[in-house]
Design a protein around this ligand. Structure first.
Ligand code: PLP
Length: 425
Protein backbone atom coordinates (compact mmCIF):
# COMPACT_ATOMS: atom_id res chain seq x y z
CA UNK A 1 0.00 0.00 0.00
CA UNK A 2 2.85 2.36 0.88
CA UNK A 3 4.60 1.63 -2.44
CA UNK A 4 1.33 2.21 -4.34
CA UNK A 5 0.63 5.50 -2.56
CA UNK A 6 4.15 6.74 -3.30
CA UNK A 7 3.76 5.72 -6.94
CA UNK A 8 0.39 7.46 -7.31
CA UNK A 9 1.70 10.67 -5.76
CA UNK A 10 4.77 10.68 -8.01
CA UNK A 11 2.88 10.21 -11.27
CA UNK A 12 -0.12 12.58 -11.45
CA UNK A 13 -0.09 12.98 -15.25
CA UNK A 14 0.02 9.24 -15.92
CA UNK A 15 -2.79 8.86 -13.41
CA UNK A 16 -4.89 11.56 -15.10
CA UNK A 17 -4.32 9.91 -18.48
CA UNK A 18 -5.48 6.55 -17.10
CA UNK A 19 -8.62 8.12 -15.67
CA UNK A 20 -9.62 9.99 -18.81
CA UNK A 21 -8.72 7.06 -21.12
CA UNK A 22 -11.00 4.81 -19.08
CA UNK A 23 -13.94 6.92 -20.31
CA UNK A 24 -13.44 5.61 -23.83
CA UNK A 25 -11.38 2.40 -23.52
CA UNK A 26 -12.08 -0.45 -21.08
CA UNK A 27 -9.80 0.25 -18.12
CA UNK A 28 -8.09 2.88 -20.26
CA UNK A 29 -6.33 0.02 -22.02
CA UNK A 30 -5.98 -1.40 -25.52
CA UNK A 31 -3.16 -3.91 -24.83
CA UNK A 32 -3.74 -6.12 -21.80
CA UNK A 33 -0.01 -6.78 -21.22
CA UNK A 34 0.59 -3.06 -20.71
CA UNK A 35 -1.82 -2.86 -17.80
CA UNK A 36 -0.65 -2.95 -14.19
CA UNK A 37 -1.97 -1.58 -10.91
CA UNK A 38 -2.58 1.05 -9.72
CA UNK A 39 -2.22 2.46 -13.29
CA UNK A 40 0.54 2.22 -15.89
CA UNK A 41 3.06 4.94 -16.63
CA UNK A 42 2.28 6.68 -19.90
CA UNK A 43 5.21 7.58 -22.11
CA UNK A 44 5.98 10.87 -23.76
CA UNK A 45 9.10 9.99 -25.69
CA UNK A 46 12.09 7.67 -25.92
CA UNK A 47 15.73 8.00 -26.95
CA UNK A 48 18.11 5.03 -27.24
CA UNK A 49 17.48 2.99 -24.06
CA UNK A 50 15.78 5.82 -22.12
CA UNK A 51 12.08 6.54 -21.78
CA UNK A 52 10.50 9.74 -20.46
CA UNK A 53 7.01 9.62 -18.99
CA UNK A 54 4.29 12.28 -19.09
CA UNK A 55 5.43 13.56 -15.68
CA UNK A 56 8.95 14.08 -17.02
CA UNK A 57 10.73 11.22 -15.19
CA UNK A 58 13.42 9.36 -17.11
CA UNK A 59 13.74 5.58 -16.98
CA UNK A 60 16.14 2.96 -18.25
CA UNK A 61 13.99 0.84 -20.55
CA UNK A 62 14.47 -2.82 -19.68
CA UNK A 63 11.10 -3.85 -21.13
CA UNK A 64 12.21 -3.19 -24.69
CA UNK A 65 8.58 -3.29 -25.85
CA UNK A 66 8.39 -7.03 -25.09
CA UNK A 67 11.22 -7.60 -27.66
CA UNK A 68 9.86 -5.41 -30.49
CA UNK A 69 12.03 -2.57 -29.17
CA UNK A 70 15.33 -4.30 -29.93
CA UNK A 71 16.70 -1.25 -31.75
CA UNK A 72 16.03 1.11 -28.88
CA UNK A 73 14.19 4.39 -29.44
CA UNK A 74 14.71 6.67 -32.41
CA UNK A 75 17.65 4.79 -33.96
CA UNK A 76 18.97 7.23 -36.60
CA UNK A 77 19.62 4.57 -39.28
CA UNK A 78 16.11 3.18 -39.01
CA UNK A 79 14.54 6.63 -38.73
CA UNK A 80 16.39 7.63 -41.89
CA UNK A 81 15.16 4.59 -43.80
CA UNK A 82 11.55 5.06 -42.70
CA UNK A 83 11.75 8.79 -43.38
CA UNK A 84 12.90 8.18 -46.94
CA UNK A 85 10.14 5.61 -47.48
CA UNK A 86 7.57 8.05 -46.08
CA UNK A 87 8.72 10.70 -48.48
CA UNK A 88 8.30 8.36 -51.45
CA UNK A 89 4.67 7.51 -50.66
CA UNK A 90 3.44 4.72 -48.46
CA UNK A 91 0.26 3.23 -49.93
CA UNK A 92 1.40 2.39 -53.41
CA UNK A 93 -0.87 -0.57 -54.16
CA UNK A 94 1.82 -2.78 -55.66
CA UNK A 95 5.11 -4.48 -54.90
CA UNK A 96 7.76 -2.03 -53.65
CA UNK A 97 11.55 -2.03 -53.66
CA UNK A 98 11.91 -3.11 -50.03
CA UNK A 99 9.94 -6.33 -49.56
CA UNK A 100 12.25 -8.64 -51.52
CA UNK A 101 15.27 -7.04 -49.81
CA UNK A 102 13.85 -7.89 -46.40
CA UNK A 103 12.94 -11.40 -47.56
CA UNK A 104 16.49 -11.91 -48.81
CA UNK A 105 18.02 -10.66 -45.55
CA UNK A 106 15.79 -12.97 -43.49
CA UNK A 107 16.44 -16.07 -45.65
CA UNK A 108 20.17 -15.39 -45.45
CA UNK A 109 20.17 -15.15 -41.65
CA UNK A 110 17.85 -18.11 -41.01
CA UNK A 111 18.64 -20.76 -43.64
CA UNK A 112 15.70 -23.05 -42.73
CA UNK A 113 13.55 -20.26 -44.21
CA UNK A 114 13.88 -20.93 -47.93
CA UNK A 115 10.84 -18.87 -48.87
CA UNK A 116 9.02 -16.30 -46.76
CA UNK A 117 5.81 -14.24 -46.82
CA UNK A 118 4.92 -11.20 -44.78
CA UNK A 119 1.88 -10.31 -42.73
CA UNK A 120 1.06 -7.79 -39.99
CA UNK A 121 1.72 -9.44 -36.63
CA UNK A 122 3.10 -12.50 -34.91
CA UNK A 123 -0.46 -13.67 -34.31
CA UNK A 124 -1.17 -13.62 -38.02
CA UNK A 125 2.13 -15.33 -38.79
CA UNK A 126 1.12 -18.25 -36.59
CA UNK A 127 -2.33 -18.32 -38.14
CA UNK A 128 -0.85 -18.63 -41.63
CA UNK A 129 1.78 -21.18 -40.59
CA UNK A 130 -0.99 -23.35 -39.14
CA UNK A 131 -3.03 -22.86 -42.30
CA UNK A 132 -0.04 -24.00 -44.39
CA UNK A 133 0.50 -27.11 -42.28
CA UNK A 134 -3.18 -28.08 -42.37
CA UNK A 135 -3.46 -27.69 -46.12
CA UNK A 136 -0.17 -29.42 -46.89
CA UNK A 137 -0.76 -32.41 -44.59
CA UNK A 138 -4.52 -32.70 -45.08
CA UNK A 139 -4.71 -33.08 -41.30
CA UNK A 140 -6.48 -31.05 -38.69
CA UNK A 141 -4.98 -31.17 -35.18
CA UNK A 142 -2.31 -28.81 -33.86
CA UNK A 143 -0.11 -29.52 -30.87
CA UNK A 144 0.70 -26.52 -28.68
CA UNK A 145 2.12 -26.35 -25.14
CA UNK A 146 0.67 -25.40 -21.81
CA UNK A 147 1.40 -21.75 -20.97
CA UNK A 148 2.42 -20.98 -24.56
CA UNK A 149 1.55 -17.58 -25.98
CA UNK A 150 1.36 -17.42 -29.76
CA UNK A 151 -0.79 -14.30 -30.02
CA UNK A 152 -4.01 -12.67 -28.84
CA UNK A 153 -6.12 -15.61 -30.02
CA UNK A 154 -3.54 -18.30 -29.25
CA UNK A 155 -2.95 -18.30 -25.51
CA UNK A 156 -2.73 -21.46 -23.40
CA UNK A 157 -1.91 -20.15 -19.89
CA UNK A 158 -3.58 -21.07 -16.63
CA UNK A 159 -6.57 -18.81 -17.19
CA UNK A 160 -6.84 -19.71 -20.86
CA UNK A 161 -8.31 -17.33 -23.38
CA UNK A 162 -12.00 -17.37 -24.18
CA UNK A 163 -11.23 -16.16 -27.66
CA UNK A 164 -8.74 -18.83 -28.71
CA UNK A 165 -9.42 -19.75 -32.29
CA UNK A 166 -11.60 -22.85 -32.22
CA UNK A 167 -8.97 -25.10 -33.74
CA UNK A 168 -8.44 -28.71 -32.83
CA UNK A 169 -5.71 -28.28 -30.19
CA UNK A 170 -3.72 -30.93 -28.34
CA UNK A 171 -1.74 -29.56 -25.38
CA UNK A 172 1.71 -30.96 -24.70
CA UNK A 173 3.88 -30.08 -21.72
CA UNK A 174 6.99 -28.01 -22.37
CA UNK A 175 10.26 -29.75 -21.49
CA UNK A 176 8.38 -32.88 -20.41
CA UNK A 177 9.87 -35.07 -23.10
CA UNK A 178 8.35 -38.47 -22.32
CA UNK A 179 4.85 -37.14 -21.64
CA UNK A 180 4.86 -35.17 -24.89
CA UNK A 181 6.35 -38.00 -26.92
CA UNK A 182 3.53 -40.31 -25.78
CA UNK A 183 0.95 -37.65 -26.65
CA UNK A 184 2.40 -37.32 -30.15
CA UNK A 185 2.27 -41.11 -30.57
CA UNK A 186 -1.37 -41.04 -29.50
CA UNK A 187 -2.42 -38.30 -31.95
CA UNK A 188 0.35 -38.67 -34.54
CA UNK A 189 -1.72 -39.61 -37.59
CA UNK A 190 -4.06 -36.64 -37.08
CA UNK A 191 -1.46 -33.98 -36.26
CA UNK A 192 -0.81 -31.36 -38.96
CA UNK A 193 1.71 -29.39 -36.89
CA UNK A 194 3.57 -29.01 -33.64
CA UNK A 195 3.81 -25.28 -32.83
CA UNK A 196 6.48 -24.53 -30.26
CA UNK A 197 8.68 -21.66 -29.02
CA UNK A 198 12.35 -22.68 -28.84
CA UNK A 199 12.37 -20.71 -25.57
CA UNK A 200 8.96 -20.19 -23.97
CA UNK A 201 8.81 -16.39 -23.73
CA UNK A 202 5.61 -15.23 -22.09
CA UNK A 203 5.55 -18.34 -19.90
CA UNK A 204 8.64 -16.87 -18.21
CA UNK A 205 11.68 -17.15 -20.53
CA UNK A 206 12.06 -20.90 -20.10
CA UNK A 207 14.80 -22.31 -22.33
CA UNK A 208 14.03 -25.56 -24.11
CA UNK A 209 15.84 -28.66 -23.01
CA UNK A 210 17.78 -29.62 -26.20
CA UNK A 211 16.62 -33.25 -25.81
CA UNK A 212 13.00 -32.03 -25.82
CA UNK A 213 13.39 -30.15 -29.11
CA UNK A 214 15.34 -33.03 -30.67
CA UNK A 215 12.52 -35.40 -29.72
CA UNK A 216 9.99 -33.06 -31.36
CA UNK A 217 12.15 -32.93 -34.50
CA UNK A 218 12.46 -36.72 -34.70
CA UNK A 219 8.79 -37.42 -34.04
CA UNK A 220 7.62 -34.81 -36.56
CA UNK A 221 9.94 -36.18 -39.26
CA UNK A 222 8.87 -39.76 -38.60
CA UNK A 223 5.14 -38.95 -38.68
CA UNK A 224 4.99 -36.31 -41.41
CA UNK A 225 4.05 -33.54 -38.97
CA UNK A 226 5.12 -29.95 -39.76
CA UNK A 227 7.38 -28.65 -36.98
CA UNK A 228 6.79 -24.91 -36.59
CA UNK A 229 9.11 -22.81 -34.41
CA UNK A 230 7.46 -19.64 -33.17
CA UNK A 231 10.50 -17.35 -33.17
CA UNK A 232 8.47 -14.14 -32.86
CA UNK A 233 10.36 -13.36 -29.65
CA UNK A 234 13.43 -15.57 -29.98
CA UNK A 235 14.83 -14.83 -33.45
CA UNK A 236 17.09 -12.22 -31.80
CA UNK A 237 18.88 -14.79 -29.63
CA UNK A 238 21.70 -15.44 -32.11
CA UNK A 239 22.58 -14.15 -35.59
CA UNK A 240 20.57 -17.08 -37.01
CA UNK A 241 17.73 -17.16 -34.46
CA UNK A 242 17.25 -19.45 -31.51
CA UNK A 243 17.17 -22.41 -33.90
CA UNK A 244 20.84 -21.85 -34.77
CA UNK A 245 21.66 -21.77 -31.06
CA UNK A 246 19.89 -25.04 -30.25
CA UNK A 247 20.88 -26.75 -33.49
CA UNK A 248 17.38 -27.99 -34.38
CA UNK A 249 15.94 -27.13 -37.78
CA UNK A 250 12.17 -26.60 -37.99
CA UNK A 251 10.07 -27.05 -41.16
CA UNK A 252 8.54 -23.61 -40.70
CA UNK A 253 9.34 -20.51 -38.63
CA UNK A 254 7.17 -17.59 -37.61
CA UNK A 255 8.63 -14.13 -36.99
CA UNK A 256 7.50 -10.72 -35.78
CA UNK A 257 8.41 -7.92 -33.37
CA UNK A 258 11.66 -6.02 -34.13
CA UNK A 259 11.97 -7.38 -37.69
CA UNK A 260 9.73 -4.58 -38.97
CA UNK A 261 12.19 -2.00 -37.64
CA UNK A 262 9.81 -1.30 -34.74
CA UNK A 263 6.63 -1.08 -36.84
CA UNK A 264 3.83 -3.67 -37.25
CA UNK A 265 5.26 -6.85 -38.65
CA UNK A 266 4.84 -10.58 -39.04
CA UNK A 267 6.33 -13.25 -41.30
CA UNK A 268 6.04 -16.97 -41.87
CA UNK A 269 8.34 -19.11 -43.93
CA UNK A 270 10.22 -22.35 -44.20
CA UNK A 271 10.77 -25.32 -46.46
CA UNK A 272 10.45 -24.52 -50.14
CA UNK A 273 8.10 -27.44 -50.85
CA UNK A 274 5.65 -26.11 -48.23
CA UNK A 275 5.91 -22.40 -49.00
CA UNK A 276 5.86 -22.66 -52.81
CA UNK A 277 2.17 -23.53 -52.63
CA UNK A 278 1.64 -19.77 -52.14
CA UNK A 279 3.12 -19.12 -55.60
CA UNK A 280 0.30 -17.34 -57.44
CA UNK A 281 1.51 -18.72 -60.79
CA UNK A 282 0.37 -22.18 -59.65
CA UNK A 283 -3.13 -23.29 -60.51
CA UNK A 284 -3.48 -24.83 -57.02
CA UNK A 285 -1.93 -21.88 -55.15
CA UNK A 286 -3.09 -20.93 -51.66
CA UNK A 287 -4.34 -17.36 -51.44
CA UNK A 288 -2.79 -15.06 -48.86
CA UNK A 289 -3.74 -11.41 -49.08
CA UNK A 290 -3.55 -8.55 -46.57
CA UNK A 291 -3.54 -4.84 -47.36
CA UNK A 292 -0.49 -4.08 -45.23
CA UNK A 293 1.51 -7.31 -45.76
CA UNK A 294 4.18 -5.38 -47.66
CA UNK A 295 3.66 -2.00 -46.02
CA UNK A 296 6.45 0.25 -47.13
CA UNK A 297 7.50 1.59 -43.72
CA UNK A 298 7.80 -1.81 -42.00
CA UNK A 299 9.66 -3.24 -44.98
CA UNK A 300 12.08 -0.29 -45.26
CA UNK A 301 12.65 -0.10 -41.50
CA UNK A 302 13.10 -3.86 -41.37
CA UNK A 303 15.76 -3.91 -44.10
CA UNK A 304 17.77 -1.12 -42.47
CA UNK A 305 17.49 -2.72 -39.03
CA UNK A 306 18.48 -6.23 -40.01
CA UNK A 307 21.26 -5.34 -42.44
CA UNK A 308 22.80 -2.26 -40.79
CA UNK A 309 21.92 -2.25 -37.10
CA UNK A 310 21.27 -5.78 -35.83
CA UNK A 311 24.33 -7.21 -37.56
CA UNK A 312 25.58 -10.70 -36.60
CA UNK A 313 28.30 -9.03 -34.49
CA UNK A 314 25.76 -6.91 -32.60
CA UNK A 315 23.52 -9.95 -32.06
CA UNK A 316 26.43 -11.78 -30.48
CA UNK A 317 27.45 -8.79 -28.33
CA UNK A 318 23.95 -8.10 -27.00
CA UNK A 319 23.24 -11.74 -26.15
CA UNK A 320 26.58 -12.05 -24.34
CA UNK A 321 25.64 -8.96 -22.30
CA UNK A 322 22.34 -10.67 -21.46
CA UNK A 323 24.08 -13.88 -20.37
CA UNK A 324 26.37 -11.80 -18.15
CA UNK A 325 23.42 -9.89 -16.67
CA UNK A 326 21.49 -13.07 -15.85
CA UNK A 327 24.55 -14.54 -14.10
CA UNK A 328 25.05 -11.35 -12.10
CA UNK A 329 21.40 -11.15 -11.01
CA UNK A 330 21.39 -14.81 -9.97
CA UNK A 331 24.56 -14.16 -7.98
CA UNK A 332 22.86 -11.25 -6.16
CA UNK A 333 19.88 -13.51 -5.35
CA UNK A 334 22.21 -16.21 -3.97
CA UNK A 335 24.11 -13.67 -1.88
CA UNK A 336 20.83 -12.64 -0.21
CA UNK A 337 19.65 -16.28 -0.03
CA UNK A 338 16.50 -14.91 -1.74
CA UNK A 339 13.80 -17.09 -3.32
CA UNK A 340 14.59 -15.69 -6.75
CA UNK A 341 15.61 -17.36 -10.02
CA UNK A 342 16.46 -15.49 -13.20
CA UNK A 343 15.82 -17.62 -16.28
CA UNK A 344 16.22 -17.00 -20.01
CA UNK A 345 18.62 -17.05 -22.92
CA UNK A 346 20.90 -14.22 -24.06
CA UNK A 347 19.16 -10.85 -24.15
CA UNK A 348 15.79 -12.13 -22.82
CA UNK A 349 15.16 -12.99 -19.19
CA UNK A 350 12.54 -13.29 -16.47
CA UNK A 351 12.81 -12.93 -12.70
CA UNK A 352 10.83 -15.58 -10.81
CA UNK A 353 10.22 -15.22 -7.09
CA UNK A 354 10.29 -18.95 -6.38
CA UNK A 355 12.65 -21.12 -4.33
CA UNK A 356 13.45 -24.07 -6.57
CA UNK A 357 14.81 -24.27 -10.10
CA UNK A 358 12.44 -23.11 -12.85
CA UNK A 359 12.58 -25.43 -15.85
CA UNK A 360 8.93 -25.98 -16.75
CA UNK A 361 5.88 -23.68 -16.78
CA UNK A 362 4.45 -25.68 -13.89
CA UNK A 363 7.52 -24.76 -11.79
CA UNK A 364 7.21 -21.09 -12.77
CA UNK A 365 3.46 -20.84 -12.10
CA UNK A 366 2.39 -22.35 -8.77
CA UNK A 367 -1.06 -23.94 -8.91
CA UNK A 368 -1.69 -23.14 -5.22
CA UNK A 369 -3.76 -19.90 -5.31
CA UNK A 370 -2.29 -18.64 -2.00
CA UNK A 371 1.24 -19.05 -3.33
CA UNK A 372 0.29 -17.51 -6.68
CA UNK A 373 -1.15 -14.54 -4.81
CA UNK A 374 2.01 -14.10 -2.72
CA UNK A 375 4.18 -14.26 -5.83
CA UNK A 376 1.97 -11.65 -7.49
CA UNK A 377 2.34 -9.34 -4.47
CA UNK A 378 6.13 -9.73 -4.50
CA UNK A 379 6.32 -9.01 -8.23
CA UNK A 380 4.19 -5.92 -7.72
CA UNK A 381 6.37 -4.60 -4.89
CA UNK A 382 9.51 -5.32 -6.90
CA UNK A 383 8.08 -3.61 -9.98
CA UNK A 384 7.06 -0.46 -8.08
CA UNK A 385 10.43 -0.29 -6.28
CA UNK A 386 12.32 -0.67 -9.55
CA UNK A 387 10.22 2.13 -11.11
CA UNK A 388 11.05 4.31 -8.11
CA UNK A 389 14.72 3.55 -8.88
CA UNK A 390 14.27 4.68 -12.49
CA UNK A 391 14.12 1.22 -14.04
CA UNK A 392 11.24 0.09 -16.22
CA UNK A 393 10.44 -3.57 -16.80
CA UNK A 394 7.30 -5.72 -17.09
CA UNK A 395 5.22 -6.33 -13.99
CA UNK A 396 5.66 -10.06 -14.51
CA UNK A 397 9.46 -9.71 -14.20
CA UNK A 398 10.23 -9.88 -17.92
CA UNK A 399 13.32 -8.12 -19.31
CA UNK A 400 14.32 -7.64 -22.97
CA UNK A 401 17.62 -5.85 -23.59
CA UNK A 402 17.81 -3.40 -26.47
CA UNK A 403 20.89 -2.69 -28.58
CA UNK A 404 21.83 0.60 -26.84
CA UNK A 405 22.31 -1.29 -23.54
CA UNK A 406 25.83 -1.43 -22.13
CA UNK A 407 27.49 -2.80 -18.98
CA UNK A 408 26.85 0.29 -16.77
CA UNK A 409 23.09 -0.06 -17.45
CA UNK A 410 23.23 -3.68 -16.34
CA UNK A 411 25.14 -2.58 -13.23
CA UNK A 412 22.33 -0.12 -12.39
CA UNK A 413 19.73 -2.87 -12.62
CA UNK A 414 21.92 -5.15 -10.50
CA UNK A 415 22.34 -2.45 -7.82
CA UNK A 416 18.59 -1.77 -7.74
CA UNK A 417 17.85 -5.48 -7.29
CA UNK A 418 20.47 -5.67 -4.54
CA UNK A 419 18.83 -2.73 -2.78
CA UNK A 420 15.35 -4.29 -3.14
CA UNK A 421 16.47 -7.60 -1.64
CA UNK A 422 18.34 -5.80 1.17
CA UNK A 423 15.46 -3.48 2.17
CA UNK A 424 12.49 -5.79 1.57
CA UNK A 425 14.20 -8.81 3.15
N1 PLP B 1 4.32 -15.44 -30.61
C1 PLP B 1 5.07 -15.12 -29.55
C2 PLP B 1 6.07 -16.11 -29.05
C3 PLP B 1 4.93 -13.87 -28.94
O1 PLP B 1 5.66 -13.55 -27.87
C4 PLP B 1 3.99 -12.96 -29.48
C5 PLP B 1 3.81 -11.60 -28.89
O2 PLP B 1 4.15 -11.31 -27.77
C6 PLP B 1 3.22 -13.34 -30.57
C7 PLP B 1 3.42 -14.59 -31.12
C8 PLP B 1 2.18 -12.44 -31.15
O3 PLP B 1 2.74 -11.40 -31.86
P1 PLP B 1 1.87 -10.06 -32.14
O4 PLP B 1 1.69 -9.38 -30.83
O5 PLP B 1 2.70 -9.29 -33.11
O6 PLP B 1 0.58 -10.51 -32.73
Amino acid sequence: AEAEARYSAANPKSKARATSAAQVMPGGNTRTVLHYTPFPLAWGHGKANRLTDLDGHEYLDFLGEYTAGLYGHSDPVIQGAIGKALGDGIVLGGPNRYEAQLAEAICKRIPSIELVRFCNSGTEANLFAIQTARIMTGRDKIMVFEFAYHGGVFYFGSHGNPLNLPLNWVKGRYNETEYTKDLIAQHGAELAAVLVEPMQGSAGCLPADPAFLKMLREECTRRGIVLIFDEVMTSRLSPGGCQALVGVKPDMTTLGKYLGGGLSFGAFGGRRDLMERYDPYRPDSIGHAGTFNNNVCSMAGGVAGLTQVFTPEEATRLNALGDQMRDRLNAVARRHAAPLQVTGVGSLMNLHFVKGPVRTPAEAHPSDPALENRMGELLKLFHLDMIAAGIYLARRGFVALSLPMREPDVARFEAALDEFLATRG
